[in-house]
Design a protein around this ligand. Structure first.
Ligand SMILES: [Zn+2]
Length: 291
């Protein structure tokens, strides 16, 4: 069951969107088994969770919360589950954003002021602007502008900062020890810089193998999070299903690209026009039994 959710999403991505994913420098994420109570715990190694209702007046994300009995169970075995969509029939989708090259302050403002729930998968090289930025969104203006401080502001705005490796490798090409270095290393940096440790892991390009799951578990991840659709420059949704429609429980993948503020506005309006709500991913994962 666990693997069903994951493999389905991963296969679709690999088949249909490999080039896009590569060009975009995207990845996946994961959560840890046996974690303690997640909501609100943010200090000293506690798992991250969106601090619902604890933000200042008018600030912080306010995503749709699951209703009793709404969410199907995601079964976890010995290894963290691989999740590409949330099992629900409600018209709710989840926003995630990867890497961290372009650090437009307008985006943080949007997240805070409009209370948009979003989960961030930070990759150290991107955040620290080491290497070649993702140019797919056009002319960059804010590459590495705020470094980790930008992500601290996002965390303060209510966005959990999760794990997307140190250097964005294709994990399938690495042995288990090297994979563990990438994942545990990133968690260590995030805990140091943000003050809360990640519990979700997104593998770069959506590429993973059994060693990835073992490494993720060793690094305290409670789930590996993939996606069902990517968002391209201009707010265009690249679906992985032939009928090109959002589906309940979809997880959308964005990147920190130039023009993100504009693209994000277009995307959020589009989602709402189609009658979908933006969900609180952490609350839904918890309702699905992932913790
Ligand atoms: Zn990525």
């Amino acid at each position: 069951m666990t693997m069903f959710w994951g493999r389905r999403g991963c296969g679709r991505i690999t088949a249909a969107l490999a080039a896009t994913a590569l060009a975009a420098g995207c990845a996946t994420s994961q959560a840890a088994p046996g974690g303690s109570a997640r909501p609100g715990a943010r200090s000293d190694g506690s798992p991250q969770a969106r601090p619902q209702g604890s933000q200042g007046a008018g600030s912080g994300p306010a995503g749709a919360l699951p209703r009793p009995g709404e969410v199907g169970r995601i079964k976890a075995g010995a290894l963290p589950p691989v999740i590409s969509s949330i099992p629900t029939e409600r018209k709710v989708v989840f926003l995630t954003i990867d890497d961290g090259w372009e650090q437009d302050p307008g985006f943080v403002r949007q997240v805070r002021e409009q209370r948009i729930p979003i989960t961030v998968f930070a990759m150290r090289q991107a955040v620290e602007a080491v290497g070649t930025p993702d140019r797919s969104g056009g002319q960059a203006r804010f590459v590495g502008a705020g470094k980790w401080d930008y992500f601290r502001r996002l965390a303060e705005a209510g966005a959990p900062i999760e794990n997307h490796t140190l250097t964005h490798p294709n994990l399938r090409l690495l042995g288990e020890a090297a994979q563990r270095q990438e994942i545990c290393g990133a968690s260590k940096v995030i805990r140091r810089e943000i003050g809360a440790r990640p519990v979700l892991f997104r593998p770069p390009f959506g590429n993973y193998n059994d060693a990835t799951l073992r490494a993720a578990k060793a690094c305290g991840m409670s789930a590996v999070l993939l996606w069902t659709a990517t968002v391209q420059p201009g707010g265009k949704i690249a679906y992985q299903v032939p009928d090109k429609r959002l589906r309940p429980g979809d997880i959308l993948l964005l990147h920190f690209r130039p023009n993100l503020e504009r693209d994000f506005r277009i995307l959020v309006n589009k989602i709402k026009r189609r009658g979908y709500e933006l969900g609180d991913l952490q609350a839904y994962l918890k309702a699905a039994g992932v913790r």
